[in-house]
Design a protein around this ligand. Structure first.
Ligand code: TRP
Length: 334
């Protein structure tokens, strides 16, 4: 779209504290992809208000997330890193796409069903049309690929259906996006129950490594990780706890599971857990330091926010204008 470059769009919500699972499953993939595509990485703050938020807290978390993107290594000179709420075209396109999405389709969304069960006192219309806003995010930028976790696949499939439906009526308006599921993607399990995904909403703080955890906390949590009695560092479904630790260690060191098995052949779990904790801390600590630097450097971050939102706006307006024309809105008088 942009000089023939392939476009990538992805986003995260600024709710909860991100975990090592989010980092290895999402952010880390984004880093490798940012060389191949023209990328937009959005902080989807508009999606967040489908659930009640404390305004000051939401604003703070959004800035934390945006600076985390940069601290993790996404270059804001090469990628467009911005807040969804700074580009009004998202909401405008979402309105139009609402008129091309069926109630029945939205009723089938498992995330809607889960969230309405969880927030039974606030089943608002935004929660229902959440996937349409997500479709607008993606389609506005003519994204070719969208890195998402397995839990968002259904929303991406809906996005594709909406795009195809619209294109069938009006001609080729939208690029129909493909999902990109990373290799490690979303496969980091809880440290306390390796049959469950590591989750930012787990009540047991020892189950998850938060990206804000300091070195000692990280090492302590790995020491307490649930394993087994096999006393053998082996990458096997019969040893889900150890398998998870190997996955994590592989992801942060770049070693293959077989190399990790060889490295720790004959070692006890204590030594292995310590090595995993140290490797994870070595990876996260510099990111944390860089993020703290950014948060202290208000003018610099503000200039990035302003500049990147302008770039996003420019691209988004191109698509929005085209769509408005197609559906029959009057031309603007200049
Ligand atoms: N719904 C996604 C999630 O909760 C976040 C999101 C919003 C997103 N818009 C997006 C992800 C567009 C990819 C593309 O994880």
């Amino acid at each position: 779209m942009l000089n023939g470059e392939k476009m990538l769009f992805s986003g995260m919500q600024a709710t909860g504290t991100l975990t090592l699972g989010n980092y290895l499953g999402a952010l880390n993939n984004w880093l490798t992809l940012s060389d191949e595509y023209k990328c937009l990485y959005c902080v989807v703050d508009e999606h967040s208000i489908t659930v009640r938020q404390d305004p000051a807290e939401l604003r703070k978390r959004a800035r934390n997330l945006l600076t985390l993107y940069i601290a993790a290594g996404l270059d804001p000179e090469k990628n467009i890193i911005y807040y969804q709420s700074h580009v009004s075209a998202h909401a405008e396109l979402a309105w139009i796409l609402n008129c091309y999405t069926y109630m029945g389709e939205l009723q089938r969304m498992t995330q809607f069903k889960d969230k309405s069960a969880k927030h039974a006192d606030n089943i608002n219309a935004g929660l229902f049309t959440y996937p349409v806003l997500m479709a607008a995010d993606i389609l506005l930028y003519q994204a070719d690929v969208v890195p998402v976790g397995i839990d968002q696949m259904q929303h991406l499939e809906l996005t594709r259906n909406i795009a195809e439906r619209f294109n069938n009526i009006y001609g080729d308006v939208f690029t129909v996006p493909e999902a990109y599921i990373g290799k490690v993607g979303a496969k980091i399990q809880s440290l306390q129950d390796p049959s469950k995904k590591m989750s930012k909403s787990d009540e047991n703080v020892n189950a998850s490594i938060y990206l804000t955890d300091d070195r000692d906390t990280i090492i302590r949590k790995f020491k307490r990780a649930v394993t087994d009695n096999e006393a053998c560092v082996r990458y096997s479904d019969d040893q889900p706890g150890i398998k998870n630790l190997i996955t994590i260690y592989s992801a942060v060191t770049g070693k293959t599971p077989a190399e990790v098995e060889a490295e720790f052949a004959g070692s006890g779990y204590g030594d292995f857990k310590l090595a995993v904790g140290e490797a994870v801390a070595d990876r996260l600590n510099p990111i944390q330091a860089k993020q703290a630097d950014l948060l202290a450097n208000k003018d610099y971050v503000d200039s990035i926010i302003k500049n990147n939102a302008e770039q996003a706006n420019y691209l988004a307006q191109k698509t929005l204008r085209k769509v408005q024309k197609k559906v029959g809105f009057p031309e603007r008088i200049r």
